[in-house]
Design a protein around this ligand. Structure first.
Ligand code: THU
Length: 159
């Protein structure tokens, strides 16, 4: 078996659909309120819900390190807690420049696992826009593209 994933790579934001660009800007703004005194690595996330609502998150760290949480899950759980009936259309993720090689950061495995389950729950894909102050923006059409064969893959609803 061969697994293939397709990603859209944008060199700069000009070609990026406006809705993605706006969401990325919201993620960059969210990044400013990250609480990351231990890693000094700030991440912002912004979700666009069907109907147009934007829910943001940023990483929240703690002196007891594992107690902290990634930006993506802060945003996803906030949406799940407050607006469980509104589908999540897309998520933009932004990191600060200087910590990568020109490529934007991608969500960690735990956040991907949460993303795929939220996709299955709403039976609709969540588009993932990875960017930040880097020129390059990478877009995946669905969270499941970033995590084939995830835990519970065989029982999750297909969108
Ligand atoms: N972090 C995120 O917010 N999102 C990710 O996808 C990976 C990592 C945070 C967690 C921690 O606060 C900091 O970045 C360093 O790992």
């Amino acid at each position: 078996m061969e697994l293939k994933i397709e990603l859209d790579i944008y060199e700069g934001r000009n070609g990026l659909p406006e809705v993605d660009r706006t969401l990325l800007e919201a993620a960059e703004k969210a990044l400013e309120n990250a609480y990351a005194p231990y890693s000094n690595y700030s991440v912002g996330a912004a979700l666009l819900l069907e109907g147009g609502r934007i829910v943001i998150g940023n990483n929240q760290e703690n002196a007891a390190y594992p107690s902290g949480l990634c930006a993506e899950r802060v945003a996803l759980f906030a949406a799940g807690a407050q607006f469980p009936k509104e589908k999540i259309e897309r998520i933009a993720i932004a990191t600060r420049s200087g910590v990568t090689d020109g490529n934007p950061a991608a969500p960690c495995g735990s956040c991907r696992q949460v993303l795929v389950e939220y996709e299955a729950r709403q039976v609709a894909p969540i588009r993932i826009i990875m960017g930040g102050s880097e020129e390059r923006v990478i877009v995946a059409a669905s969270a499941s593209d970033l995590m084939p064969l995830c835990f519970t893959w065989n029982v999750l609803k297909k969108h």
